[in-house]
Ligand binder design. Structure first.
Ligand code: GFB
Length: 322
């Protein structure tokens, strides 16, 4: 991407979008376009088309989505499938209609079958049933992948799709009910330490395993692929190792410095037993993640401490549009 190309980051305030803006600015890009969801509701087809007509967009990172952890997905299935289908359909169609040079669609590893062999390979897509707790979201994301592939085949567009593993880092959502597990643990241990609570209650059994990638690694991989990858097939982006939720809890507990007890509420869902992605396709293209979990966690926790004091609303965000 040349330095004065018009690059639209949809969802620029979210976890991934804000990391993409940081990475693009670090690379010296000067014409990064973005709109808040209040300025441009991506669920409104006409407004999206008007924006693309006006701004002459060259590249699109489609990082805007209705996102959330297992709790939010379970509680708001209609919102997750509707908002994500609307957002991606409007942006992909407008990108085609206005001749965008290249678009990157961001999916998620929850698109893979619940019991697919691990580590999850890109070719396991649609080979089995999905994890029920986030099936509506996963179906929307699979539709986005298929839409990009269909536009590429019928119209000759260059719409690529990437599947990131569980991400974490600055600007995440730390709301107790709607967040993903890693920010939820940071919030819970931080608050328990502040309140001298005798124990912290986590969800499920602590036995599922998850892989975590720092969002700055994710952004680096996205810029790498936007410049080099031209296929319609999906590409996994991950760290390459996973950890049991119980192990993650002990790590966050020690980083936060909480000394109480950890309890598990088995009335809350475990979700899929494991979600480790096979990263051989991406490493074969020449990219490798560089931020280890413990270092990334320490950086994210110090960001949280700085920001949650200044912006209490940070901890009250309900599954915002990324
Ligand atoms: O990140 P998370 O909410 O979603 O992780 P998924 C859920 C796992 O962490 C489950 C356990 O095994 C939970 O039982 N867990 C323990 C907790 N304590 C907590 C807690 O306080 N909060 C949360 N949230 N989890 C998501 C999909 O699946 O992965 C999304 O729902 C998206 O759509 C995302 O794909 C990447 O990793 O299970």
């Amino acid at each position: 991407m040349d330095k004065n190309a018009h690059i639209y980051v949809a969802g620029h305030r979210g976890l991934v979008g804000s990391a993409l803006v940081r990475a693009l600015e670090r690379q010296g890009h000067e014409r990064i376009l973005h709109r808040t969801s209040r300025e441009l509701d991506l669920r409104d087809a006409l407004a999206v088309r008007e924006f693309f007509d006006k701004e002459q967009v060259d590249y699109v990172f489609l990082a805007a989505a209705k996102v959330g952890g297992i709790g939010a997905n379970y509680d708001y299935p209609a919102d997750f499938i509707r908002d994500n289908l609307l957002i991606q359909t409007n942006v992909i169609e407008a990108a085609y209609r206005t001749g965008v040079r290249k678009l990157m669609f961001l999916g998620s590893t929850c698109i893979y079958p619940k019991m697919a062999p691990q580590p999850l390979r890109e070719d396991s897509l649609l080979t089995g049933t999905l994890e029920p707790t986030n099936e509506p979201y996963a179906i929307a994301k699979i539709a986005g992948i298929k839409m990009c592939q269909a536009y590429n085949r019928q119209f000759g567009t260059r719409f690529i799709s990437v599947m990131p593993t569980n991400l974490y880092g600055p600007n995440d959502n730390f709301d107790i009910e709607s967040s993903h597990v890693l920010p939820a643990l940071i919030r819970k241990f931080h608050d328990a330490k502040r309140d001298r609570a005798p124990y912290v209650t986590l969800w499920g059994t602590g036995t599922p395993r998850r892989e975590f990638l720092h969002v700055d690694d994710m952004a680096d991989a996205c810029l790498f692929l936007m410049d080099r990858y031209e296929d319609s097939d999906i590409v996994n982006i991950g760290w390459g190792e996973d950890i049991p939720i119980a192990g993650l809890a002990e790590l966050v507990k020690s980083i936060v410095g909480y000394e109480g007890e950890i309890r598990y509420d088995s009335n809350r869902p475990d979700g899929t037993p494991r979600k480790l992605v096979d990263v051989s396709k991406l490493s074969g293209l020449g990219w490798k993640a560089s931020i280890p979990l413990e270092a990334g966690l320490r950086e994210t926790y110090s960001w949280y401490v700085r920001h949650s004091a200044e912006a209490p609303e940070l901890t009250g965000l309900q599954g915002r549009l990324g």
